[in-house]
Design a protein around this ligand. Structure first.
Ligand code: TRH
Length: 379
């Protein structure tokens, strides 16, 4: 039996998240919920329909509980028996167009002063979102607003915690940072001039060729792979017992180590510890930009190839150098011509572009700040 949330909780910010696949839906909403709760001291309730996926990013989560508080966020298991007596708070955010429980919508309709209702959209650098960000849509007697994260000043911005850069700097300034990182994660000690690469991608036919190139790299290469979908494309190269957390494999200049999935803080630390990051989806893609190191984005593939347009929009916004553009297009299946690994000297040269873009982003208000202002305006 589901324990019910407090029936009258008029001040909550309710965030609803339905996990479609992977970790991006929960990754984004969990990050947002924690930022609103801890930096803005807002009472946040996060409703999640898939606690098992959530637990992969948050090991302290108890999947048997219908409600629990972690990091000042009240987490509710959103199952088909959503309690009819749960009343919406002052703000209701549906993430990525998930459908709110009918009973909650009904309660919203009955309210004299309904909550500010928002749909938090997927991230894209396409310019059409500038005209749609913040637009209202009438739904019965209620109004829902579209909130678009993005890269332009007219968009809702990107998630970025207030303390992120200070924390990263502190992390990177530790003496023998890489030795400590390896020791702490039970990884092999770093070698002199070893290039560290994190690899968090979807399945990709280009993966074995990439790893083979690194086997003959002039300096040692460490490829750190969080256990998951990446490994599905490496079964022709890596023995089966390597393809699990703790797996380790060496061939030529390349050492592969497979990592267990960690929480988001430790994932950030992985990005900060690497020279080059291969990231995917939405949230890890943003975190790689905050890390400020050269990166490769494996965009979430869509059936109608809409991701091709999204990728090009981002590369245009980034003002990506030709080699970065070519590698991205090849990796994401847009260009068939071989444009694989361009060599470390070239990839290292992307750093300026990545850091210039990051400075542009930092000049804009972050997503949580914009969301808060938006809600204040609409109330
Ligand atoms: O998991 P994803 O592929 O999620 C995707 C995208 O969000 C996509 O846009 C969406 O349509 C689809 O899901 C449904 O990639 P993403 O967005 O990078 O999310 C991964 C999350 O997992 C991110 O918050 C970082 C986190 N993470 C950890 O916390 N620990 C880890 O060890 C790793 C590897 C990731």
């Amino acid at each position: 039996m589901m324990k019910t949330m407090p029936p009258i909780a008029t001040s909550y910010w309710d965030i609803f998240c339905s996990v479609v696949d992977n970790y991006g839906d929960i990754g984004v909403t969990w990050r947002l919920a924690r930022q609103l709760a801890n930096e803005y001291q807002l009472p946040v309730r996060l409703w999640i329909d898939d606690l098992a996926s959530f637990q992969r990013l948050c090991s302290q989560l108890d999947t048997t509980l219908s409600e629990q508080t972690i990091d000042n966020v009240l987490i509710g298991h959103w199952n088909p028996n959503f309690p009819a007596n749960v009343h919406p708070g002052q703000v209701v955010i549906e993430a990525f167009a998930c459908e709110l429980p009918l009973s909650l919508r009904h309660s919203m309709q009955q309210m004299e002063r309904p909550p500010v209702w928002l749909n938090l959209e997927y991230l894209t650098a396409e310019s059409w979102i500038d005209g749609c960000h913040g637009l209202p849509s009438r739904q019965d007697q209620l109004t829902k607003f579209f909130f678009f994260p993005g890269f332009s000043v007219k968009s809702g911005g990107l998630l970025c915690e207030n303390t992120l850069f200070a924390t990263r700097q502190q992390w990177q300034q530790q003496s023998e940072q890489r030795q400590q990182f390896c020791r702490h994660r039970h990884l092999l000690p770093p070698q002199p001039n070893e290039l560290f690469i994190s690899l968090f991608s979807y399945e990709n036919a280009a993966l074995p060729a990439l790893l083979k190139r690194w086997q003959s790299h002039p300096t040692p290469v460490r490829c750190l792979i969080p256990a998951g979908r990446t490994l599905n494309s490496l079964s022709s190269l890596l023995p089966a017992d390597v393809c699990q957390a703790g797996g380790c494999w060496q061939q030529g200049a390349l050492t592969v180590e497979v990592l267990p999935m960690t929480d988001q803080t430790a994932y950030d630390q992985l990005l900060w510890s690497c020279d080059f990051n291969i990231v995917r989806g939405e949230d890890s893609f943003v975190r790689a930009q905050w890390a400020g190191r050269p990166f490769l984005w494996h965009i979430y593939p869509q059936d109608d190839d809409a991701h091709h347009t999204k990728l090009d929009a981002f590369l245009d916004w980034l003002d990506a150098p030709p080699s970065m553009r070519a590698f991205h297009r090849h990796w994401n299946g847009i260009a068939t011509r071989d444009a694989g690994w361009p060599g470390w000297a070239t990839v290292d040269g992307w750093r300026d572009c990545v850091q210039t873009a990051r400075a542009r982003l930092l000049a804009m208000p972050d997503l949580a700040t914009q969301l808060q202002r938006f809600v204040q305006e609409k109330r």
